[in-house]
Write a protein that binds this ligand. Structure first.
Ligand SMILES: Cc1cc2nc3c(=O)[nH]c(=O)nc-3n(C[C@H](O)[C@H](O)[C@H](O)COP(=O)(O)OP(=O)(O)OC[C@H]3O[C@@H](n4cnc5c(N)ncnc54)[C@H](O)[C@@H]3O)c2cc1C
Length: 236
């Protein structure tokens, strides 16, 4: 783990209240897909939890930029992100986290709600760009279709790579898209779509309540503890 200086290059709107922020760093951050960084606005006090927060990389380590994606709130940290101007400098502590893609896992699945998608984008971009043969299935739930961040990018990964499959669900009201399911990610939906549960590694990223709910679903599906990898987005 090391400190890196990043130069802000651009913001990308993902949904009404989710934005990606891209930076070029002074030296390459050698991270693994699935890892995160501490984004530091208060250089004088690294322990300042209001201005220094953890965000997952939402870009593949192979890119020549790094990207973070934040669900925006009215916090002072988000105010700093919103006010970034081209060439502004930001400090990062990275890489952090053990919930990473390992190439020896040939079959994987992701059980994701909302903002938990960020490290999954990094992992799927890595698999797609490197043309890995990892069999990856993503179950991705949001409140509504318009809240579904990275929909186009995810659809592109799955269109280009036959080994990446995605099942979307929405929970607020019935979706217009006939391929999108209505309701939470459930034991029934997963059992219906995955016929090789015992052979898969399950990744769960996101706010603690979502991680707890998805872990419970995995146990209902009789997954072993060793088949489940979790990363809690503490702070939600
Ligand atoms: C490993 C990891 C990876 C993460 N990756 C991402 C990511 O990719 N994208 C992302 O958006 N977030 C990610 N997070 C979460 C992120 O670090 C922030 O904690 C989160 O986004 C909330 O920050 P905020 O500034 O928007 O909101 P804040 O306003 O600071 O807080 C969010 C909510 O928590 C409440 N709250 C804040 N402090 C307290 C408190 N002390 N007691 C009780 N309630 C409190 C607030 O009222 C608010 O409702 C990650 C966290 C971890 C640990």
């Amino acid at each position: 783990m090391d400190l890196f200086r990043g130069e802000f290059i651009e913001t990308i709107e993902r949904t009404e209240n989710v934005r990606s922020f891209r930076f070029i760093t002074d030296k390459k951050i050698d991270f693994l897909p699935g890892q995160f960084a501490q984004v530091i606005f208060d250089h004088s006090d690294l322990g300042d939890q209001q201005l220094n927060k953890y965000l997952s990389f939402s870009s593949s380590p192979d890119k020549n930029y790094i990207e973070f994606t934040k669900r925006l709130s009215s916090s002072s940290f988000c105010e700093k992100l919103r006010n970034l101007k081209r060439a502004d400098k930001v400090l990062f502590k990275a890489p952090l986290g053990k919930c990473v893609l390992k190439e020896e896992y040939k079959k994987i699945a992701f059980l994701i709600g909302g903002i938990g998608i960020t490290p999954v984008v990094s992992i799927l971009e890595y698999i797609a760009d490197r043309k890995l043969d990892t069999d990856a299935v993503l179950f991705y739930s949001n409140r509504s279709e318009s809240d579904t961040a990275f929909k186009k990018e995810l659809d592109d990964f799955s269109y280009l790579r036959g080994n990446i499959k995605i099942f979307y669900t929405v929970t607020k009201c019935r979706p217009l898209d006939k391929n999108c399911f209505f309701g939470r990610i459930s034991k029934e939906l997963i059992a219906n779509k995955l016929k090789d549960i015992e052979k898969r590694m399950f990744y769960i990223f996101g706010p603690p309540k979502m991680v707890e709910a998805m872990e419970k679903v995995c146990f209902e599906l009789e997954c072993s503890q060793g088949q489940i990898k979790t990363e809690n987005f503490i702070g939600y």
